[in-house]
Design a protein around this ligand. Structure first.
Ligand code: HEM
Length: 201
């Protein structure tokens, strides 16, 4: 049996690292895309250098999170895979989020939409790494072939930029849902404050 409000310290630390890295990646990425959009007078070399350093940190964090979800004590990989408690509840959950239904369907720790989002974020991050490293090392024959695969350098820049917007919108949605629909989870994730009445699954 596990509680919906179990967010062990390693999971919380890795979540916070993701949060900080994402904010920096989007801010520096924006600046690289539109250098004239400088509000703070940041110089391009600093923005690019920061973007690459943080890229390595967020990728290392991603590998650690995957490893920990499989081999760490709670083995929480199961929460990111389909579970029978969620079967057939995708549309009911969506209706609840669209205010078409008053009660939230009882699901496992994460509902199907959450699971899908977290898994897609992981793949999207590694896709950003693939396109990012291809832009960075474009003169290397292997990475040059990756650039070609995506239709050339300007195309790969555009794809990398568009996927950033995917992150921006889905993260905004995630923040909105957690603050307005699941505030208790927010308190656990950020401050370790567990509610008195635990929802046990
Ligand atoms: C995870 C590994 C990543 C690597 C290795 C990487 C690398 C790069 C590189 C090499 C550039 C081009 C720099 C230049 O042309 O001077 C770039 C641009 C950019 N990056 Fe990343 N990046 C990564 C992740 C991300 C993430 C997570 C975001 C945002 C969610 C992001 C947003 C951007 C944006 C918006 C640009 C400008 C694209 C353009 O040229 O219009 N990157 N990145």
């Amino acid at each position: 049996m596990s509680s919906k409000y179990d967010h062990p310290i390693p999971a919380r630390i890795m979540h916070q690292i993701n949060l900080v890295c994402m904010v920096v990646m989007v801010a520096t990425g924006f600046f690289i895309h539109k250098p004239n959009f400088s509000l703070l007078g940041i110089d391009m070399n600093l923005a690019r250098y920061t973007h690459f350093i943080i890229a390595f940190i967020i990728l290392l964090n991603s590998v650690t999170r995957i490893y920990w979800s499989i081999f760490g004590a709670p083995r929480d990989i199961k929460y990111f895979l389909p579970e029978k408690e969620n079967k057939g509840k995708l549309f009911a959950t969506m209706s609840y989020y669209y205010f078409l239904r008053k009660t939230k369907p009882k699901t496992s720790k994460y509902n199907g939409w959450q699971k899908a989002t977290y898994v897609i974020w992981t793949f999207a991050l590694w896709f950003m790494a693939l396109t990012g490293f291809a832009m960075l090392w474009k003169t290397n024959p292997f990475w040059a072939s990756v650039v070609d695969l995506f239709g050339g350098l300007s195309m790969i820049h555009a794809i990398h930029y568009l996927v950033m917007w995917f992150f921006v919108f889905t993260v905004m949605f995630h923040v909105y849902l957690v603050l307005f629909d699941d505030f208790k989870s927010f308190l656990v994730m950020f401050f370790g404050i567990k509610p008195d009445q635990e929802e046990v699954y």
